[in-house]
Design a protein around this ligand. Structure first.
Ligand code: FES
Length: 163
């Protein structure tokens, strides 16, 4: 066998091994997580940092990971929201769901309607070890809403705020 053929055979074997490994990992993930979780994991919504938000929060979860949330309010509704996290894949999923749920809601609707329970319901549940990731997302949104309320009452403080 020529060297070129040997190299091609090696590459084919490596590709096949990588594909099989990927399929195996995906099978394991599908056993633990719903299709909705996998969808938000592969295509996270609102995974962005917004400049000049009307409400902002940075929260450290019980696991030590942090999440940031940014909300913009227009006509008394959440017109835009974004999040960042240094946490696990599930925290990205939960931030994605929390910000999606908050979209177009009033302050009160978002405060009342975006909870860890609601995030878990939409995701079809999470393994017990990941429930705190939903709590982190819900808490970060709640604090961003509280920050909005605070800024609204003291708008002059916005001039001294981080961007
Ligand atoms: Fe820390 Fe998920 S947010 S493990």
């Amino acid at each position: 066998m020529s060297q070129k053929k040997k190299n091609n055979a090696y590459t084919d074997d490596t590709d096949k091994f990588a594909r099989e490994l990927q399929e195996l990992v995906m099978e394991q993930i599908k056993k633990r997580y719903s299709e909705t979780v996998i969808d938000h994991w592969q295509n996270p919504r609102n995974f962005i940092k917004l400049e000049n938000p009307d409400g902002y929060a940075l929260v450290k979860g019980s696991c030590g990971d942090t999440m940031e949330m940014f909300i913009k309010i227009k006509n008394d509704r959440i017109s835009e929201s974004g999040f960042q996290t240094d946490g696990c894949g599930t925290s990205i999923v939960c931030g994605s769901v929390a910000t999606t749920l908050a979209q177009d809601k009033t302050f009160i609707e978002a405060l009342a309607g975006v909870s860890a329970d609601e995030i878990l319901k939409i995701l079809g549940g999470l393994p017990a070890s990941d429930v705190h990731c939903a709590e982190l997302a819900a808490e970060t949104l709640r604090r961003a809403l509280a920050d909005y309320l605070y800024q609204k009452k003291t708008p002059w403080k916005k001039n001294y705020k981080r961007s």
